[in-house]
Ligand binder design. Sequence first.
Ligand SMILES: Cc1cc2nc3c(=O)[nH]c(=O)nc-3n(C[C@H](O)[C@H](O)[C@H](O)COP(=O)(O)OP(=O)(O)OC[C@H]3O[C@@H](n4cnc5c(N)ncnc54)[C@H](O)[C@@H]3O)c2cc1C
Length: 463
Amino acid sequence: MKTDKKILIIGGGTAGWLTALYLTKTFPQHHITLMESKPIGILGAGEGSTPHLTSFLHMLDVDLQELLKECKGTIKQGISFENWNGDGQKYFHPFAVHNEYKHFSIDNLFSYDSYDYYLKHLIHKKMPLKDHTYASIQSYKNVVDTNNIDTSIHFDAHLLADYLKKITKVDKHIYDEIKTTKQDEHGNITKINDIECDLVFDCTGFRRELIGKLYKSEWKSYQDCLPIKRAIPFFLPPEDKPYTQAIAMKYGWVWKIPLQHRCGAGYIFDSDYITDEEAFAEAKEMFPNIEYTRTIKFDAGRFKQTWIKNCIAVGLSSGFTEPLEATSIWMATEQLKLLETFIDVMFTNDEDTKKDYNEVIANNNDMVMEFLHYHYMTKRDDSPFWKEFKKKNVLAKFNAKLEQIQKGNLRWYHTTGGKLTSTFNLMSWLHVGEGQGLIKDISIEGYENLNPTVEEYGRHLPR
Ligand SMILES: Cc1cc2nc3c(=O)[nH]c(=O)nc-3n(C[C@H](O)[C@H](O)[C@H](O)COP(=O)(O)OP(=O)(O)OC[C@H]3O[C@@H](n4cnc5c(N)ncnc54)[C@H](O)[C@@H]3O)c2cc1C
């Protein structure tokens, strides 16, 4: 039996259809309408993800095998960071491992789940993580292992939106654009065009029609910490790799995502230093056969409030850091899952409780922003971009953390934000810190009794 509650989703990109899929499965009792605009279309960029997307889809009973087939997808086991110190070297940021590849204890202290100490032992012994961690070794050998690695997927962005549309049964699906918006005396949206609504999801991408233009939520810019603001996407021939490549360039970096029929790639750069033409020329030096398609412009940042009155922004409409580490769709799924904690205020004017929702979402994004900023602490100095980036001392809180990291004092609480929110865990911080050469040494004093030892464990690693 349906209630009389009407939910309206504006936007039919990945965020809009993920929202629709989630709502139709979680709140089937409400009427759900999705409106999208054919002439505006979808962004169609963003083809990498994290294991949070696969577990989200799994939770919603999506057939991942079918999805991979229809979206020409491939399995992703992590990201290979290449040339970030300008020395031609690479390091791997793998997704988590489980089963026998995860279990370590520190005798007498921790009886299980001490994988972070395994990584610390490796760093202490100057044994490169990429050569001594299961997911990195297998990935660089192009071996896919969905049994022992928390895998995710690469996909064609347009095909994913089409697939989600096909499997999601909304009550009404309309092709139209927002023309008129009606609000009640409290400021809640009651009608968009002629569609009545009690709750609206703004999934309008970079246009941010409701949360930005209508409600004028305050913008928090991340540009000082994440100065990259343009992307030129292009296609490359397909490759058989179970990972994304992130290749550092003079003014930013190139992403390379292997799909079944092509690699989706693009140069993402700081346009304060180079023009689109110069950026494309730099990319063409590396990939001579590429063709120019378009330039995507964006501002790294987020809205301070992503839930205002009866409007919740999900996806790019709520903010965007940048493509490094493929976090945007992950953050969208976090926004949706968090709703379960706020069901009691979904249809009320309880602005106080919504403040908590906004704070958690803001903290999640700030934690991601810090982690991405961390990747730019490289030794590259082959352009004014890299030289000046290092001199910018903008994030006082982060710099204090970085100092601790460089001293080898990285601990779990460094990876949490306010309200104990956490995005990237200690393992991720260790992988990137070691890979970038930021962590010179790390103390294992008092934690020597690792079981198994790195040598014993090493005997079981594939070579
Ligand atoms: C260069 C680049 C690389 C990226 N790489 C990744 C990645 O690897 N991994 C990742 O997770 N994310 C990535 N992202 C982000 C990713 O693209 C988005 O998270 C994802 O595509 C979701 O977008 P969206 O649905 O919010 O917006 P869109 O795809 O732009 O969809 C917006 C929808 O709103 C509709 N709309 C807009 N205005 C109106 C209106 N007035 N009336 C009606 N409908 C309207 C549009 O028609 C469209 O259907 C990347 C982004 C960029 C820019």
